[in-house]
Write a protein that binds this ligand. Sequence first.
Ligand SMILES: [Zn+2]
Ligand SMILES: [Zn+2]
Length: 189
Amino acid sequence: MDRISWDQYFMAQSHLIALRSTCTRLAVGATIVRDKRIIAGGYNGSIAGGTHCIDEGCYVIDNHCVRTIHAEMNAILQCAKFGVPTEGAELYVTHFPCLQCCKGIIQSGIQTVYYSVDYKNHPYALELFEQAKVKVVQVELEEMIIDTKNKEKLQFVANLIGKLADSDISQHEIKELHQHANRLFTSYI
Ligand SMILES: [Zn+2]
Ligand SMILES: [Zn+2]
């Protein structure tokens, strides 16, 4: 059995929490880690108890949704709220951080940023990270760890098997293909 690496595990965690995002423009997730332990997690969304973009649309000013707090800041603020030190911590985030978050990350003492997807990578953010000696590493998530397209794939395979049914393959074989696909797409062990 292949063992999942720490990088993949923490990055998968960030992709998982991104699914909690309430902003329709982009779903971002962030996980703060110290000594290989998750100390905080955040996604981009409104303030607690506030109106959600998914319910009332984004509040856009200058092409930015101003309603949301970014995932990285939410994770850092969770540490502030509960008095957990971020000094020397590592951050795993689904998208390259914006300039505001970059500054927050540096100022909180986080030393390494692992990000998955390039996203409008600002040269000034890179310059600031470098200046503050914050290591920035791209870690792409190996797709299958969290499969958000599972239903889509099952449907696709079901359609393919449906088309095969029109050929001269036996009903028995078709039934076996259906059962195999169902097992693959619905069982996790
Ligand atoms: Zn929004
Ligand atoms: Zn940001």
